[in-house]
Write a protein that binds this ligand. Structure first.
Ligand code: NI
Length: 196
């Protein structure tokens, strides 16, 4: 169990680092659109109360959106914790302009109730989203997110390899910038102060 978790951390870290580079190439060089990376777009997901939500529910506020899974041992909680610290750091007035959104890429285990509980561990108002496997796949595609379920262990537990990128989208749902899992809360707070 302990060894499995440790290996999982190593795998998760290596995959994340490799994918961050690949993602940058794809998004920034692959398909530019009006000078902006072609990231984001329409999506339909399910919130923590089982309601259908789309990108239109987030119009008018910036969205800090992160795709991950609640069983992730390290990268997801660390990134979301840093984003929460950054929102604390910029003060309540600016923080109101941003919605932190967590989207699960593990809908099998991350039911609406699970993502709702998970979102409750982070900045007040953080929204947790999940969906059918098809809804999640479509949303991940729109945001250029790679994910893949790893082989289950003997207890049926499994990790999900996934790219770890926190996107800042504007009030019209357009890409503004992104942060990798290596960005500190101070890095994010400085950028948010500049960009909001
Ligand atoms: Ni993760």
């Amino acid at each position: 169990m302990r060894r499995g978790l440790h290996l999982g951390l190593l795998v998760c870290g290596a995959v994340v680092a490799a994918l961050a580079g690949y993602w940058l190439w794809w998004a920034l060089e692959g398909r530019p659109q009006e000078g902006r990376p072609a990231v984001g777009g329409p999506f339909e997901l399910i919130d923590g109360d089982g309601r259908t939500v789309t990108e239109r529910n987030f119009r008018g506020r910036h969205m800090l959106v992160y795709f991950g899974y609640t069983f992730c041992p390290d990268v997801c909680p660390t990134t979301l914790f840093n984003a929460s610290q950054a929102l604390d750091g910029i003060g309540p007035a600016l923080a109101l302009k941003v919605q932190l959104v967590f989207v699960s890429i593990d809908p099998e285990r991350d039911t609406p109730g699970v993502v709702k509980d998970y979102a409750g561990h982070f900045h007040p108002g953080t929204v947790g989203l999940t969906g059918t496997p098809g809804q999640v796949a479509a949303a991940a595609r729109a945001f250029r997110i790679y994910y893949r379920k790893a082989d289950p262990d003997e207890d049926g537990g499994y990790l999900v390899d996934h790219s770890s990128i926190l996107f800042l989208m504007d009030g019209d749902g357009r890409y503004v910038t992104h942060f990798t899992h290596e960005a500190t809360a101070d890095d994010m707070a400085a950028a948010l102060k500049r960009l909001l």
